[in-house]
Design a protein around this ligand. Structure first.
Ligand SMILES: Nc1nc2c(ncn2[C@@H]2O[C@H](COP(=O)(O)OP(=O)(O)OP(=O)(O)O)[C@@H](O)[C@H]2O)c(=O)[nH]1
Length: 368
């Protein structure tokens, strides 16, 4: 079983997801005019017989836009995605030189992103050439509350993302925005958030998140893990336990408002962050893989940085449902903080269950 993944210059893939009409194409139109996107190949998937979205993206001469044809990326044409990505390397080559250096895939708004991410993370035909760079999701701040209450796919999109683009803030009342932000604090407390009005955002904010590769640059692990987003506030009970593990749902607002909001919209999604001072088991990969096999669909996302016993450097850990990406060695610790930290984004899973999982990778000798 592979424990680590060597990543020779793989083509970064950004996954742009978000519910129907939440502003994905508007953002694409905007960023495709920017220099940072000049060498990006954009793949657009539109659900339905006639694909229209690709016609709505303003073509710039440096960018190539294509669409995947009818069918939904997450199910019927997943194999098409593999084939398309495989073919691109030679189809868009001139004199033996590939004409693009990164790819951005816009999924249909109806897509459950998990199967697409599985394909990108686990299919060797893809992982030999591409690496998932980051998952970006648009959230319509005007209609998002209703969308999250009605469509499971929308919740998954928001929960799994590394970066949330909060669109249409111009159309939402401040009360509505505050409520939705509180809801997102529970669904996905640590994702980076950017407000985007009429698609206006710098492409750099979505690119080079480097979540699945550390070849050229030390990733901003502290940033994407944002342990502090989960830290307990004074009024919330779990906090730190005897083993130094921490867990909480992040709140930017007052505690009472936060609880009120959770009660009003229980999305069954909970995010937990556990930490430990002690090195974790060198068997972490098979142990987690085994656990995920049984609970995969309820563990939406795992991400972490781990200090594995017998290892000098840190390792990055990524999982989406039952797929666990091979551990990625990071070049170095970026601070004195050598703790292992793992974030679990779950659906209908109690804290105690996640804590048990976490303990199972903590060597017995480390337990008090
Ligand atoms: N007022 C306002 N309208 C916006 C904003 N962003 C997008 N829109 C509008 O919202 C509508 C839907 O935007 P799209 O960019 O097509 O959304 P999409 O996510 O690509 O939609 P699908 O392809 O159907 O999933 C369009 O009419 C946009 O002009 C915004 O920030 N403010």
């Amino acid at each position: 079983m592979t424990l680590t993944s060597p990543t020779p210059s793989l083509i970064p893939v950004t996954l742009l997801t978000g519910y129907l009409g939440s502003g994905k194409t508007t953002i694409l139109n905007h960023i495709m005019q920017q220099a940072a996107m000049a060498d990006t190949l954009v793949i657009i998937n539109e659900f339905g017989e006639i694909a229209l979205d690709h016609l709505m993206v303003v073509h710039s001469t440096d960018n190539v836009v294509m669409e995947m044809g009818s069918g939904c990326l997450c199910c019927t044409i997943r194999s098409d995605l593999v084939k398309t990505l495989q073919d691109l390397t030679w189809r868009f080559a001139r004199n033996g030189k590939r004409q693009f250096h990164r790819t951005l895939i816009e999924t249909t708004g109806l897509a459950d992103p998990a199967p697409i991410i599985h394909t990108l993370m686990a299919d060797p035909k893809i992982t030999n050439h591409y690496r998932l760079d980051g998952i970006v999701a648009t959230i319509d701040m005007a209609t998002g509350n209703h969308t999250l209450s009605t469509y499971q796919e929308a919740i998954k999109q928001a929960a799994i993302a590394d970066c949330l683009l909060l669109t249409k803030t111009d159309l939402a009342t401040s009360q509505h925005k505050a409520g939705l932000l509180q809801r997102l604090n529970v669904i996905n407390p640590a994702a980076t958030r950017w407000q985007v009005v009429h698609g206006q955002i710098e492409a750099e904010k979505l690119l080079d998140l480097r979540l699945f590769s550390t070849q050229e640059k030390t990733p901003d692990v502290e940033h994407w893990l944002r342990e502090e987003a989960y830290l307990a506030d004074a009024t919330h009970k779990p906090g730190h336990d005897a083993q130094g593990h921490t867990e909480d749902h992040h709140s930017h607002e007052s505690h009472n408002d936060h609880l009120h909001d959770i009660n009003r919209h229980d999305d069954h999604i909970r995010a937990y962050c556990f930490t430990t001072e002690q090195p974790v088991s060198k068997h972490i990969y098979p142990i987690l893989l085994d656990l995920l096999f049984y609970m995969g669909s309820n563990i939406l996302r795992i991400k972490g940085i781990v200090n594995i016993e017998g290892n000098d450097g840190p390792m990055a850990l990524h999982g989406v449902q039952h797929i666990l990406h091979p551990l990625i060695p990071l070049p170095a610790w970026t601070s004195e903080d050598r703790r292992s930290k793992i974030v679990f984004i779950t659906r209908d899973v109690e804290r105690e269950t996640v804590e048990k999982i976490f303990k199972s990778i903590t060597p017995v000798a480390n337990r008090n």
